[in-house]
Design a binder for this molecule. Structure first.
Ligand code: ADP
Ligand code: MG
Length: 264
């Protein structure tokens, strides 16, 4: 029986590449033959849009998952990428904080919804909202580990320490096994000295936690969502596509266990 690896893709800052990483890392893992489910946990629903799930078809969403009204398999929608599914989000999710989250069990909704880990998937990637709110905490409680996209800019590392503090709190309270899978530098520009400095600081301070793969700033990555596809489909030879394939290889290697058979 399969046990999916569950990753939260999180950073409380908006616009750092969380959704881009969820879509393209997800697609790159799926292309390797793994079965991948993306859970869109951001009320903005960018991952859903970027994978071509139109708003009209989002009748059942991640909100139903949190409420325990439907299972992940029932809610997962197929995408144009083989082996890649998504549970979409709508703005309704922004009221989840108020409704669902007022009970004492408020941090375990998502974990409970995913507790049938005998699911069809090898990987579940949770695209978190740009906040360390209860939705993100729900994601952390449900996850094996956290992938942090970090935009190489001033103050990036300060924001990171806040996030690591939340991870520590979740470890102490609801999910002792939560790990940091890795920190991935995004929108990287090698000609920019500040980028290089942030990379140097991150590697010096965080060592192996920083993925070797760096995601370059690449216009193809920003264009792909408007064509409702991952960059691997939109422009497979772009620098963005190559970088996300390399990131998938690293994630794959870090998690290479008997449950996933490499078939490429
Ligand atoms: P988040 O989910 O953290 O808010 P997004 O993944 O939505 O961030 O990225 C924010 C914006 O930057 C989007 O318009 C996206 O297309 C663009 N973007 C993300 N990563 C890259 C990149 N490596 N190169 C160029 N544009 C990028
Ligand atoms: Mg996003």
């Amino acid at each position: 029986m399969k046990t999916p690896k569950i990753f939260s893709i999180a950073n409380q800052k908006g616009g750092v590449g969380k959704t881009t990483t969820a879509i393209n890392l997800g697609a790159a893992l799926a292309v390797r033959g793994a079965k991948v489910l993306i859970i869109d946990l951001d009320p903005q629903g960018n991952a859903s849009t970027g994978l071509g799930i139109s708003r009209e078809t989002r009748t059942q969403t991640v909100y139903d998952l949190l409420l325990g009204q439907a299972s992940a398999e029932e809610l997962a929608k197929p995408t144009d990428v083989e082996n890649l599914w998504i549970i979409p989000a709508t703005m309704d999710l922004s009221s989840a904080d108020a409704e669902l989250m007022s009970t004492s069990r408020r941090v375990v909704h998502l974990r409970n919804a995913l507790r049938h880990r005998d699911a069809h998937y090898d990987y579940i990637l949770i695209d978190c909202p740009p906040s360390l709110n209860l939705l993100t905490v729900n994601a952390f409680v449900a996850s094996d580990s956290v992938i942090v996209p970090l935009q190489a800019e001033f103050f990036a590392l300060e924001g990171l320490s806040q996030l690591l503090l939340t991870v520590r709190e979740v470890r102490e309270t609801a999910n002792a096994d939560l790990r940091i899978e890795g920190i991935v530098l995004t929108m990287f520009d090698r000609r920019n000295n500040l980028c290089l400095q942030v990379e140097e600081d991150a590697r010096a301070n965080l060592g192996d936690l920083v993925f070797e793969t760096v995601i370059p700033r690449n216009v193809r990555l920003s264009e792909a969502p408007s064509y409702a596809m991952p960059v691997l489909n939109y422009d497979p030879t772009s620098r963005g596509a190559i970088a996300y394939k390399a990131l998938a290889s690293e994630v794959f290697a870090r998690n290479a266990t008997s449950q996933v058979v490499e078939n490429v």
